[in-house]
Design a protein around this ligand. Structure first.
Ligand code: GDP
Ligand code: MG
Length: 187
């Protein structure tokens, strides 16, 4: 007969507290897929037609690395680039700036957002992580922005860079939002 070694039990008191919160704002040109990405993250579904003028904030209770967190996502709907940024600059803990890999103009618009966000957060503690995100990788055949161009822009602004598709697998979309949470926790 074998007996397991008696185990010492460490009693750890876990403080009862509300899950921490993480506010994420999604920025980028009209049509880049901000709403499709937000809806995919929240519902696991791809919604192909979404009111282009609708701007709203959604909440989702997530578990990231075994830690609960209330993620709030502000899906913006700017018509002319970064205007009235006050509504999200102070609110956001993290920024996801989206372009569509099949649309060069949407990529160029990201630069304005990167400038607005970095100008604002310069000198702030914490600065607020920024993710540059190339969407619609399923449109590879119509690609107008190379992966190298995306990576170079991200490097210039010292932010993270990913490519994704709102209409392909859910997990890679979820991964982007979870990465934003991890970056906020690291600060
Ligand atoms: P927003 O203006 O940035 O919110 O963009 P939307 O989410 O409304 O998407 C604009 C258009 O692009 C819609 O017709 C979507 O169906 C389409 N779209 C969004 N994401 C993707 C994607 O990953 N792949 C493809 N092929 N189309 C997408
Ligand atoms: Mg939208």
């Amino acid at each position: 007969l074998m007996f397991g070694k008696a185990r010492t039990c460490n009693i750890v008191t876990v403080p009862e507290h509300e899950p921490s919160e993480c506010n994420i704002v999604i920025l980028g040109a009209n049509g880049s897929g901000k709403s499709a990405l937000t809806v995919k993250f929240l519902t696991k579904r791809f919604i192909s037609e979404y009111d282009p003028n609708l701007e709203d904030t959604y909440s989702s209770e997530e578990v990231v690395d075994q830690q609960p967190v209330l993620v709030k996502v502000m899906d913006t709907a700017d018509q002319d680039g970064p205007v009235n940024c006050e509504r999200y600059l102070g609110w956001a803990n993290a920024f996801i700036i989206v372009y569509s890999i099949d649309n060069r103009t949407s990529f160029e618009a990201c630069q304005q957002y990167l400038e607005a966000v970095t100008l604002y957060s310069k000198g702030l503690q914490p600065e607020g992580p920024v993710i540059l995100l190339g969407n619609k990788v399923d449109m590879e055949r119509y690609r107008q922005v190379s992966k190298a161009d995306g990576a170079a822009l991200a490097l210039r602004f010292g932010c993270l860079f990913f490519e994704v598709s709102a209409c392909l697998d859910f997990l890679s979309v979820q991964q982007i939002f979870h990465e934003a949470v991890r970056e906020v926790r690291r600060e």
